[in-house]
Write a new protein. Structure first.
Length: 386
């Protein structure tokens, strides 16, 4: 795997003009032979969903140094490039988990004292759990602390890596607040947000208040959601993402839609209180106007492995199919401030690819390959992980 592209924060790199090789490929012009081992990889497939436009039928993704160099139906494969030719396969962006605690140890943070705590400092990349994550088609994880209150900065990671440095996507992640209305959390959170500064312990709070990094707040109920929305009103530059686990979230779906809120919710059908009336919360949020990303109902490797089936059930229950796909990819990446790199397939984006023998939301479809930045990390034909 290539060395990590860690950055001082999540600032987007300046746009670069396409070079002659990119232009030649996009125009379908001939290329001189490429020497073997040059790092060029070409993925040819029968169907490619970029999530930036219409699907590409019979297309090719050309990859160089971990990034997408060209993508389209008329892209030529340079002689000497590594070719992955799967004419009956379907290609999607690698899946993104916007909020997980898989493999994360208990943190000593909490109650306004943990803004400086970084999950990355305790990250152990050799856990078997991360192997299962890659098998499930997930290429990116946002690993957060369990601590109540201001829980610090999660680790934005690739799902596979031989070291912490190889796993990390950025040295600065979102700020996480695990909210509890029945504890001192509201007062301590407001105090910390007001005091955010340049000192080591509150620098991350300043970044979140200024909108330099996302502000992720977990809530357990509709009541806590309303309390959080009120608490965050003074901080106009902040980019809040609400991570909501409550089964009663349908009660505030319209309010979240009015605010065009970014909301992370479990991918499952729930029930209206005191009834057996089924409720599709992701559908209700999306229909109301909120941006939705989904996580498993069980924060585990088994939960991730079952996510495609869970999303298919939500679609069967009325969730728009494209919204469901974006809830696993583009929307999740945007909430993490990484949409300029992840969640869609386009020139210049990370070459994170999920290759299946069927549709993403077909539970019977098998994962054929998973690529992270152009490197195959899972290959079913080779018996699994590489």
């Amino acid at each position: 795997m290539s060395s990590p592209a860690t950055q001082p924060g999540l600032a987007r790199p300046p746009a670069k003009a396409a070079g002659p090789v990119v232009l030649s490929l996009l125009l379908g012009l001939s290329l001189s032979p490429v020497r073997a081992g040059s790092g060029l990889v070409a993925v040819k497939a029968g169907h490619i969903e970029t999530l930036t436009g219409e699907p590409i039928e019979g297309g090719t993704v050309l990859i160089s140094d971990g990034r997408i160099l060209a993508i389209g139906s008329d892209v030529q494969v340079p002689p000497g490039a590594e070719l992955i030719d799967l004419p009956n396969a379907r290609v999607f962006p690698g899946l993104v988990d916007p909020f997980s605690q898989i493999g994360v140890a208990e943190s000593p943070g909490g109650q306004g004292a943990g803004a400086h705590i970084r999950v990355a400092d305790a990250l152990y990349p050799f856990q078997e759990a991360y192997e299962h994550v890659a098998r499930a088609g997930y290429t990116t994880l946002n690993l957060a602390s369990r601590a109540w209150g201001i829980a610090g900065q999660p680790a934005l990671v690739r799902s596979r890596g031989a070291s912490v440095e190889e796993m990390l996507l950025s040295d600065r992640g979102p700020l996480v607040v695990n909210f509890r209305v029945d504890a001192p959390t509201p007062d301590t959170v407001k105090s910390a947000l007001d005091k955010g500064g340049d000192d080591d312990k509150l620098a991350a709070v300043k970044w979140a208040v200024q909108g330099d990094v996302p502000l992720m707040v977990t809530c357990r109920s509709a009541g806590e959601v309303l309390r959080v929305l009120k608490l965050l009103e003074p901080y106009k530059q902040a980019k809040p993402v609400l991570v909501c686990f409550g089964s009663d979230l349908y009660l505030v779906a319209e309010e979240l839609g009015k605010r065009k809120a970014s909301v992370v919710v479990p991918a499952g059908i729930t029930f209206r209180r005191f009834t057996r009336i089924r409720v599709n919360i992701p559908r209700m949020l999306a229909d109301a106007g909120a941006t939705v990303a989904c996580v498993p109902t069980s924060d585990s490797t088994a939960g991730l492995a079952g996510m495609r089936a869970a999303m298919a059930e939500l679609v069967k229950s009325g969730l728009d199919r494209d919204t469901a796909v974006k809830a696993l990819t583009a929307n999740a990446a945007k909430m993490l401030g990484l949409d300029y790199r992840l969640g869609t397939l386009d020139v210049g984006r990370d070459a994170n690819l999920l290759i299946l023998d069927g549709d993403l939301l077909d539970p019977k479809a098998n994962v054929l390959r998973v690529l992270i930045e152009g490197k195959t990390v899972y290959d079913a034909a080779w018996g699994g992980l590489r």
